[in-house]
Design a protein around this ligand. Sequence first.
Ligand code: ADP
Length: 167
Amino acid sequence: MTRTGFYPGSFDPVTYGHLDIIARAARIVDKLVLGVGVHHGKQALIPAATRIALLEQVTRPIAGHTGLRIAVTTFDGLAVDAARKSHAGVIIRGLRDATDFDYEVQMGQMNAAMAPDIETVFLAASPATRMIASSLVKQIARMGGDIAPFIPKEAREAMAGALKPAH
Ligand code: ADP
């Protein structure tokens, strides 16, 4: 039986923190569907199509190393509905700190009330990538800082394109 997981997020941009969670999810599931959230009213820096292409590209080595099957999709509704659509029995989420814990556990419990057949599995962030947040990466990039320690080269290039002033 194939065990499938669903890992929802904005991935705007994908960071080494996300990649750490994806690589470690390979120990839990055989297949992982990455759900790129494209909710109305939530303005992303990087277009959804680019975020999908980036995720496909930067997760390829993980699939190669671990044997994890990775698929990428978008969703604009409830994560539990998107997880069901992907035939996922578990939702994977990462926990960086107490703020993540409070929010994620509450959301996990509300998701469990809506979909008791889907289990949320929380992975504690690894020490080396725990501090990385997409929102801070964007702020640093806008101020001209070096974001190389936080996101892969392909994502840096996409960020540079997205931040280029339009003429
Ligand atoms: P959202 O917009 O839902 O917060 P993100 O793309 O920021 O989406 O994050 C998706 C998931 O990845 C969340 O569970 C978040 O806690 C987790 N995550 C983000 N950054 C890291 C990190 N550096 N280490 C571990 N987990 C992380």
